[in-house]
Write a protein that binds this ligand. Sequence first.
Ligand SMILES: [Zn+2]
Length: 71
Amino acid sequence: MQYSVIVCPKCKEHAQIIESGIKSTVCQRCGSRLDVRKLKIWHTTPNLSDAVSVRTEILMEMDQGPIISDQ
Ligand SMILES: [Zn+2]
């Protein structure tokens, strides 16, 4: 099992951990359906605690300001 860390491109306020290989997921914060193939994968790891720490780092960076811009 691989875990990927993604950031919701809709609300840009939520990073979550998904199982690598799934096609879509739902943002746990804003409820948007997300097409994983179109998302930036911030980190992929087989180690869940590693994924959790990367997610925490991203959330802390988000507190400083937006980390992804509109395109
Ligand atoms: Zn969202």
